[in-house]
Design a protein around this ligand. Structure first.
Ligand SMILES: Nc1ncnc2c1ncn2[C@@H]1O[C@H](COP(=O)(O)OP(=O)(O)OP(=O)(O)O)[C@@H](O)[C@H]1O
Ligand SMILES: [Mg+2]
Length: 286
């Protein structure tokens, strides 16, 4: 049976304004379940509530209404904090905001050290985490001398060293150059292969095309959920929410509108090339 690792049950969260007033709900009746080993992408335009959802996943924020469970642990119960933080970890957008130490390995050790993990085990955890993200040879470096992509991989190692099972990435590539973006995505995909549960919040549609499931948010609510093919074929609805579909999907649609037979659910360049060349070969035969 599938083990549920994260469950939101009709969750509401509203921030407080500067004058102490309650602002409109940032998260407005959200329910979803994520199973162990799943790769789930969360999409939504600016201000749709994605980061608030991220912070709710590991009790950085707790719901004002509704319930959130990490495994069987209710995030509103203070005594569950340790269990929650060692199950779900968050990697944020800005690599610089996540560095806490002046040497890479100390930075990665910071979380588990605070949990009182013994030195010998700490050494093993830090080394393994750094190897997993391909940053072992940088263990003695000063983090501020690293590139954005390398810093993000250090942040990921810090979460892995906590022995978390689920990692929530809140737009981890948004501030990176193409090379850094590629490195971080490769690290995320490695973690997926290793069985980690991954929640990837992203603005880049292409990063979501091979997710097991996509959740689309708008104005604090989930407006669409399904497989990438189910979601990206709803291009009109996505457009209404200021979201694009992948370029290659748009291209196929435009070609189809010009009278060429193309499937509606093309999401990757490989799918596009296969469908398009099959079409041309078919035409040559006629
Ligand atoms: N600390 C805060 N105080 C007050 N309002 C906030 C705070 N953080 C977020 N909000 C508001 O809550 C709503 C949801 O914000 P959130 O950051 O969760 O959205 P988001 O989908 O992550 O946006 P983005 O794509 O810009 O990162 C927005 O209206 C935002 O202005
Ligand atoms: Mg955000």
């Amino acid at each position: 049976m599938n083990e549920t690792i994260l469950k939101f049950e009709d969750v509401y969260y509203a921030y407080e304004g500067d004058e102490g007033e309650t602002l409109p709900n940032a998260v407005d009746g959200v329910s979803f379940e994520i199973n162990k080993g799943e790769f789930v992408a969360i999409l939504g335009h600016n201000g749709s509530g994605k980061s608030t959802v991220a912070k709710l996943t590991n009790a950085m924020l707790v719901p004002q209404k509704g319930k959130i469970f990490v495994k069987e642990y209710d995030t509103s119960v203070e005594d569950n904090e340790l269990k929650i933080r060692t199950t779900v970890g968050i990697v944020m957008q800005n690599p610089d905001n996540q560095i806490v130490a002046t040497i890479v390995e100390e930075d990665v050790a910071f979380g588990p050290e605070n949990l009182g993990v013994p030195q010998k085990e700490l050494r093993t955890r830090v080394d393994n985490a750094l190897k997993l993200v391909g940053m072992y040879e940088y263990k003695d470096y000063e983090p501020h001398k690293l590139s954005g992509g390398q810093k993000q991989r250090i942040a990921i190692a810090g979460v892995i060293a906590m022995q978390t099972e689920c990692i929530v990435f809140d737009e981890p590539t948004a501030m990176l150059d193409p090379k850094g973006r590629k490195e971080v995505l490769a690290a995320i995909h490695d973690l997926r292969q290793k069985g980690y549960t991954i929640v990837l919040i992203t603005h880049f549609m292409e990063e979501a095309v091979d997710a097991d499931k996509i959740i689309v948010m708008n104005d604090g609510k989930i407006i669409l959920t399904g497989t990438p093919k189910e979601v990206f074929t709803q291009s009109d609805l996505l457009y209404e929410c200021d979201l694009a579909v992948p370029q290659v999907t748009l291209l196929s649609k435009a070609i189809k509108n010009n009278g060429i037979n193309m499937p509606d659910d093309i999401l990757t360049t490989d799918e596009f090339i296969n469908a398009f060349t099959a079409n041309i070969k078919q035409k040559r035969k006629l």
